[in-house]
Design a protein around this ligand. Structure first.
Ligand SMILES: [Zn+2]
Length: 192
């Protein structure tokens, strides 16, 4: 059973950013850290305390046990290093994804399952299809290796180009689609 935790941004009127003008889809990120989703509660609080939020943050942090909903999905995020993507896509940060980090590939793939489920729910909530246009990679928007772990696990040592980007997106799409038929109205209630 996934444990959903919500930050104070869900309880207070003040938000970090303005609302997104429109939601086009989701971006599946790999955090390249050893942090669990719950570790991001303090990690993000430190960024707030040090006034360092501009270094980046996403709507939700996930692993196989928990989802930490940091900021409402309909608000602009600082997750892609690119204004259009930040204003139109929802960031799903897949935790403990550091290459050669605490997780085996198999354990990392268990965390990935949560990200597919949450992606399926968010796309459903915003009435979006599951396509190459709505399921995106960080590296499509800026110069980054993200999602580096998934790239290594699912594609191997291959260059970043359109063909390989689409290959990984198609893999994500296939896994997100496996969940989309199972979604009930109650499932959508957990979304932040
Ligand atoms: Zn990323």
């Amino acid at each position: 059973m996934l444990h959903h935790i919500y930050s104070d941004y869900y309880k207070q009127p003040a938000k970090i950013t303005e609302k997104k003008p429109e939601i086009h889809g989701v971006v599946l990120h790999d955090d390249a850290e050893n942090n669990k989703a719950v570790d991001y509660i303090q990690w993000l609080q430190r960024r707030i305390d040090k006034d360092e939020l501009e270094k980046g943050w996403a709507c939700v942090y996930v692993d196989k046990e928990s989802c930490y909903w940091f900021h409402p999905s309909n608000y602009i995020e600082w997750h892609c290093g690119e204004p259009f993507a930040n204003a139109h896509f929802i960031g799903i940060e897949r935790c403990q994804s550091l290459i050669n980090g605490v997780l085996s590939d198999k354990a990392f793939m268990e965390n990935e399952e949560t990200s597919y489920w949450i992606a399926a729910l968010l796309l459903k909530k915003y009435n979006l299809p599951i396509t190459r246009e709505t399921v995106r990679l960080h590296k499509e928007f800026s110069d980054t290796a993200c999602p580096a772990r998934a790239w290594q696990v699912h594609l191997g040592d291959v260059p970043t180009n359109e063909k390989n980007i689409n290959k990984l997106k198609d893999y994500f799409i296939e896994h997100i689609k496996r969940y989309s038929d199972q979604i009930t109205k109650d499932d959508l209630d957990v979304l932040g």
